[in-house]
Design a protein. Structure first.
Length: 279
């Protein structure tokens, strides 16, 4: 059998500050996959297949330039992904799907974006009200969490030193705590270094591990810090990859609006998926 006879799927691999994604242009709705969650789980496996934190299908929209379907690496559907939004925006611009300034449809609502070279600035949907200082018990210890939904749910734990945090273990316990069921939550560990400087590490629901960056987690952490009057907009946040994301926000009473996430994106490679990659 030659290559022309194989069923190949074209894709791009991109990274947003350490969050890596598989992006497939499915505007023609030609992707013939019966079990999409299983397909996603298989192609997101590292070392065995392409490997990624998540996968996006780009599809037609009647209300925006396009819409996405987003899957975490475990095959679950997620409403929003900040770093993924930046990668998808640049993908759409480079492939002529949208102009430099665009909007696209997500399960969390309409997201707008501006592509500036390899930098992308996205305007996120308005968050839920901030629930500050929610106390939960884990292994006999009390954790003081600030909870907010920035497209997906987050629980923020403020710490003095991130390098002493057991992000994977404690993050998993917070993610699965009974208070956050049945949806679960992402767990963020945040350190405030100044009025416009923070560091954040995140355990991501759906990846079920710490990731090198989480855009909605960075935003959640900044808004939680602002709720405690610890930071002013804009805030530069260093993530586990070593890269920096910038978050802008405005206050609206006790809440927040005009929330933007800005940072670098990288085109890693373009390729063709063979069936063996997801069988």
């Amino acid at each position: 059998m030659n290559v022309d006879e194989l069923r190949l799927i074209s894709f791009w691999k991109m990274s947003g500050s350490g969050n890596d994604f598989i992006i497939i242009d499915n505007r023609g709705l030609s992707l013939q996959i019966v079990d999409l969650p299983e397909f996603v789980r298989r192609v997101c496996r590292r070392k065995i297949s392409v490997g990624a934190d998540g996968l996006f299908l780009i599809e037609p929209s009647r209300v925006a330039d396009f819409k996405w379907r987003f899957f975490n690496s475990d095959g679950s559907v997620a409403e929003m992904c900040g770093n993924g939004a930046r990668c998808v925006a640049r993908f759409a611009y480079l492939n002529g799907i949208a102009g430099r300034i665009m909007s696209f449809e997500t399960l969390a609502g309409i997201v707008s974006a501006e592509v500036i070279g390899d930098h992308v600035k996205v305007k996120l949907t308005d968050p839920s009200p901030l629930e500050a200082r929610r106390k939960i018990m884990l292994d006999g210890r009390e954790f003081d969490l600030d909870c907010i939904d920035t497209g997906v749910p987050h629980a923020v734990c403020f710490v003095e030193a991130l390098d002493r945090c057991s992000v994977t273990q404690q993050g998993r316990e917070i993610r699965r705590h009974e208070f956050f069921q049945p949806r679960g939550t992402n767990a963020d560990f945040a350190c405030v270094l100044g009025r416009q400087l923070m560091k954040v590490r995140t355990y991501e629901r759906g990846v079920e591990d710490e990731t090198l960056a989480c855009g909605t987690g960075v935003v959640a952490s900044v808004l939680a810090a602002a709720g405690r009057n610890l930071v002013d907009s804009p805030v530069d946040v260093t993530v586990q990859s070593g890269e920096t994301l910038r978050v802008y926000f405005s206050r609206r009473g006790d809440g927040f609006e005009e929330i933007y996430l800005e940072g670098n994106t990288k085109m890693v490679y373009q390729g063709l998926l063979f069936e063996e990659a997801y069988q």
